[in-house]
Design a binder for this molecule. Structure first.
Ligand code: NAP
Length: 230
């Protein structure tokens, strides 16, 4: 049984990842901002007692510290940084709002590294040493042929650099760090026109994470395992 930590676990891709990973018999620490309001997670916990719901607000350094404290030195096999925001929807040239940009950078880029740094002693105790970060194809510079979306695109491109540095810095310790695109998924963020459902995305992502080789560490991978150009 692995111990898997998943952020943004109360809805969307994160919730489905919790459901699927717990169904495989793994212990899951499901992090979300408001456990008391996380009705789907709490319902899931009734049938899957190995799901532990723990509060985590990525915009608050104290909340990150409390989250780490809650884990009480327990080893972690897989850290799945799923939580993220699109931020300003109309971030087109001439309309970009600096405050909205700051917030998106914090949640999408800075907080995942802060959480990783603080959880490193736990991750070193785990057997699997896997770090997964939900990036986006919209963060791919090679794929950007339509412009716009300055806020979201830049935060995910920067996250990709974070993942790449982590893969280099932790390679000798046997860690595998992955930047992952979940597909265009029908969630609150992806909207109703997304190409795939959360079940397809989560099962693909988990398979990529479980089967990733050390040679793939520092790569940008699609939920189907194919490589995405930076
Ligand atoms: P979603 O349905 O909007 O869910 C986002 C999750 O992140 C929610 O659980 C949310 O919690 C959490 N979150 C947001 N801000 C947070 C904060 N400050 N602290 C802690 N948790 C926070 O999004 P999704 O579609 O499942 O996306 C999951 C990940 O995949 C994101 O990183 C996203 O950028 C990436 N992605 C999604 C798509 C897509 O098509 N859906 C495509 C490419 C990449 P609350 O409920 O408390 O807000």
């Amino acid at each position: 049984m692995k111990h898997v930590v998943i952020t943004g676990a109360n809805r969307g891709i994160g919730l489905e990842l919790v459901r699927q990973v717990a169904a495989k018999g793994h212990a899951v620490t499901a992090a979300c901002r408001r456990p008391d309001a996380a009705e789907h997670l709490l319902a899931l916990q009734e049938s899957q007692p190995e799901v532990d719901v723990v509060p985590l607000e990525l915009n608050d350094a104290h909340s990150i510290d409390r989250f780490v404290h809650e884990l009480d030195g327990r080893g972690i096999d897989v850290l799945l940084n799923n939580a993220g925001i699109y931020g300003q929807r109309d971030a087109t040239l001439g309309k970009v709002d600096a405050e909205a940009w700051h917030e998106a950078f914090h949640v999408n880029t800075i907080a995942p590294l802060m959480l990783t740094q603080k959880l490193l002693p736990h991750l070193r105790k785990g057997a699997d040493r896997r770090l997964a970060y939900l990036s986006s194809k919209m963060g791919s510079i090679a794929d950007n042929t339509s412009g716009g979306s300055y806020v979201y695109r830049s935060t995910k491109a920067a996250l990709n650099q974070v993942v790449r540095s982590l893969s280099e810095d932790l390679r000798a310790d046997g860690f595998i760090a992955l930047a992952l695109h979940p597909g265009w998924v029908r969630t609150d963020m992806g909207g109703p026109n997304g190409l795939i459902d959360t079940e397809t995305s989560a099962s693909g992502l988990w398979s990529v994470i479980e089967n990733a080789t050390t040679e793939q560490s520092g790569h940008f991978l699609n939920y189907d395992g194919s490589t995405i150009e930076w």
